[in-house]
Design a protein around this ligand. Structure first.
Ligand SMILES: C[S@@+](CC[C@H](N)C(=O)[O-])C[C@H]1O[C@@H](n2cnc3c(N)ncnc32)[C@H](O)[C@@H]1O
Length: 211
């Protein structure tokens, strides 16, 4: 009886601590949005509905090298790490230095490699890590707030670093990136997730177009 009660107390404390850490992350995210609204593109991290819809497309048994653009405070990163194979790797590119420090402090998983830099450096970084290419690229960076040349470059690099049969999962709050995805991929499937703030559009790209 005593044991069962102490287990329940322990679980309650763990739940409360998790809730507190989620609120702290939301606060850190919102504070950074006020300073860098264009870089972040949204006021709060992605909802669990958006994350669920995005990640259900991933074949975890096939995903050996996963690349994430714009992990922020690690909201999606945590779900990817929980689902990916023990021998898979996750390379996450984040421009915001506060988020990079937060990720370093809170994620000790050896499968995760955080790069403090832009998604534009993907090819150099994969070369440096001696990785052939990516099986999945998962991205939430705000294409709408970038100069068009940068959009073109990042979309082209996504196609170039993707392994044959690789897939791209992108969520956005506008359709600005869509023409760039259509230039680089012959299949772009679209979905909508209203249970997120702001409402999110999802793009699932397969079959890289031949350049
Ligand atoms: C909309 S937030 C998404 C955060 C998190 N993935 C989530 O779903 O809650 C976009 C993130 O992309 C980062 N970012 C913006 N431009 C970037 C770029 N060119 N390369 C890497 N990260 C970038 C921002 O700092 C921010 O953390």
């Amino acid at each position: 009886m005593f044991n069962r009660e102490s287990e329940a107390t322990k679980e309650f404390i763990i739940r409360m601590l998790r809730k507190r850490s989620r609120s702290e992350e939301t606060l850190l995210f919102a504070k950074n949005f006020i300073q860098h609204p264009l870089m972040l593109g949204s006021l709060i991290p992605s909802s669990r509905f958006l994350i669920g819809r995005l990640l259900k497309k991933v074949d975890w048994a096939r995903a050996r090298t996963i690349v994430e653009y714009g992990p922020g405070v690690g909201t999606i990163t945590a779900h990817i790490l929980a689902k990916m194979s023990p021998d898979a790797r996750l390379i996450a590119f984040e421009m915001n230095d506060r988020f990079v420090r937060h990720l370093a402090r809170n994620f000790s998983d050896p499968r995760l490699h955080v790069v403090h830099g832009s998604a534009e450096n993907v090819q150099q970084e994969l070369d440096r890590l001696k990785l052939d290419g990516a099986d999945y690229i998962i991205s939430g960076i705000p294409f709408n707030n970038m100069r068009v040349e940068m959009r073109v470059r990042i979309a082209r690099q996504i196609r170039e670093v993707l392994n044959p049969g690789g897939e791209v999962l992108i969520y956005q709050f506008t359709r600005t990136v869509l023409p760039h995805l259509r230039t680089n991929f012959s299949q772009v499937h679209q979905e909508f997730e209203p249970r997120n703030f702001p409402f999110a559009m999802l793009f699932h790209c397969t079959q890289a177009a031949t350049p």
